[in-house]
Design a protein around this ligand. Structure first.
Ligand code: 5GP
Length: 202
């Protein structure tokens, strides 16, 4: 794998998806690895762009074929990262971003020896709740369930390499960009460049 890998997690309503979209628009070499999910598409979501929306049978087939780098049950639905899709991006030299939950991120950490683990924190749990309500795509019980899980996830932020508080979107995006730029300059992500320079001098 040649590109850099960014693993981004956050509790629901922290603004992770917005920040990740801004990063993909900003960095020409950065691509989303699109996850597979058994949940229904929300209004405005597109198959193949936001997620690959699949039924339980298709998910089971992929699982049986060992196609997932990691997968997890989140809010009663299943979500998984395709090993092949991610490898294709990285081998093509793209940097890849995966948005996954805390359990998924910790499983990737065990499986892969690369990646920068970034946790997006909301400024407060109350703001998470307000953002979830204003999105109004979930029923009230679902919002309460997501909030309870959000608190559990926030406890795991300390296991990540970087924590970004999304207090104001522009400031949070500046910090996310800084993390990504610094990460790309890490020796582990520059070894190909070093080798290339040395190959030139023989
Ligand atoms: P949502 O339904 O709000 O799009 O996502 C719910 C949760 O599932 C979020 O925490 C999101 O990051 C996580 N998620 C999305 N795709 C994946 C994936 O491929 N693997 C795992 N483990 N979690 C995912």
């Amino acid at each position: 794998m040649t590109g850099s890998l960014f693993i981004v997690s956050a509790p629901s309503g922290a603004g992770k998806t917005t920040l990740c979209k801004m990063a993909v628009d900003f960095f020409p070499g950065l691509r989303h690895s699109v996850s597979y999910t058994t949940r229904q598409a929300r209004p405005g979501e597109t198959d193949g762009k936001d997620y690959w929306f699949v039924d339980d049978a298709a998910f089971d087939r992929m699982l049986a074929n060992g196609e997932f780098l990691e997968y997890a049950g989140v809010f009663g639905k299943r979500y998984g990262t395709s090993r092949k899709d991610l490898e294709t991006l990285l081998k093509a030299g793209y940097d890849a971003l995966i948005e996954i939950d805390v359990q998924g991120a910790m499983n990737v950490r065990k499986t892969l020896d690369k990646g920068a683990y970034i946790f997006i924190l909301p400024p407060s749990v109350k703001i998470c709740e307000d953002r979830l309500k204003s999105r109004s795509s979930e029923a009230p019980e679902e919002i309460q369930r997501r909030l309870r899980i959000a608190v559990e996830e926030i406890r795991r932020a300390v296991d990540y390499d970087y924590v970004i508080v999304n207090d104001d979107l522009d400031g949070a995006f500046e910090r996310l960009k800084a993390v990504m730029i610094a990460e790309k300059a890490r020796t582990v992500n520059m070894s190909g460049v070093v080798k290339g320079l040395l190959a030139d001098v023989g």
